[in-house]
Design a protein around this ligand. Structure first.
Ligand SMILES: Nc1ncnc2c1ncn2[C@@H]1O[C@H](COP(=O)(O)OP(=O)(O)OP(=O)(O)O)[C@@H](O)[C@H]1O
Length: 225
């Protein structure tokens, strides 16, 4: 198993008192498997993704990513695990404004020590970015920026891709095209994918769909073979 969550709970301190967001979550993700995380607004989807990324700590339970228990790692260890194993794609594209498209695409792969010119070139072509390599992020449309963000993540060949509403900022036609590309590239890379989405249609394209309700897994459905 690439990712295992055992009895994970998380609450936040708020002005109105503690708010329990996740309760007793058990979840596992195989290598190469894709899982959609659905649930209404506030059901804890982004919180769960942040915990798996090691960007926040659970109050209770264990999270194991690629054989390493995140709770046993210090900040440096979690950053190293993210760099080596995890790629993230968010609704806000989070590109580096001062770098060209080409440099943005190479950024994570270089950080991870896995820059591969041939793979980057293949990704650039598949994502239709060849004519845009010398531009800066502000000179791109939203769909183009998201394609760069996806390319940047996959250039590093992460074992695990975490995606939070990756096409939520795009119109439906652009979002669908970008998502189709992302799913086929994730499959080619052999990465596992854990993706938050509000779209049942997108969720249906992944291997499994997990629905959160009131901080618990309410439904877990495998896609029919
Ligand atoms: N840092 C925080 N401090 C306090 N409360 C928080 C914090 N982060 C999130 N929450 C609360 O936790 C709950 C779950 O938030 P989360 O972002 O995980 O939900 P979500 O399912 O991703 O929602 P959405 O679909 O709207 O993005 C919400 O009620 C939110 O207000």
């Amino acid at each position: 198993m690439l990712v295992v969550l055992e009895d994970v709970s998380k609450s936040y301190r708020t002005a109105e008192g503690p708010l329990t967001v996740l309760q007793g979550i058990d979840l596992s993700l195989d290598s190469g498997q894709s899982v959609a995380l659905t649930g209404e607004s506030g059901s804890g989807k982004s919180t769960l993704l942040h915990l798996v990324a090691g960007l926040d700590h659970p109050d209770h339970g264990r999270i194991i990513v690629d054989g390493q228990e995140i709770g046993g790692l210090d900040d440096k260890g979690r950053a190293a695990l993210r760099r080596s194993t995890v790629g993230m794609v968010f609704q806000q594209f989070n590109l580096i404004p001062s770098l060209t498209v080409a440099a943005n695409l190479a950024f994570h792969a270089r950080l991870a020590g896995r820059f591969d010119a041939a793979w980057q070139q293949a990704l650039t072509a598949r994502l239709g970015l060849e004519q845009l390599l010398a531009r800066y992020p502000e000179q791109l449309s939203g769909g183009q920026q998201q394609r760069v963000a996806i390319g940047r993540t996959l250039a590093a060949r992460p074992k695990l891709v975490l995606a939070d509403e990756p096409t939520g900022n795009l119109d439906e036609a652009t979002g669908d095209a970008v998502m189709a590309l992302m799913l086929s590239l994730v499959a080619e890379t052999g990465s596992s994918l854990l993706m938050v989405t509000h779209s049942h249609r997108l969720a249906g394209q992944l291997d499994r769909r997990i629905h959160l309700r009131s901080g618990r897994i309410d439904q877990s459905v495998e896609r029919p073979a």
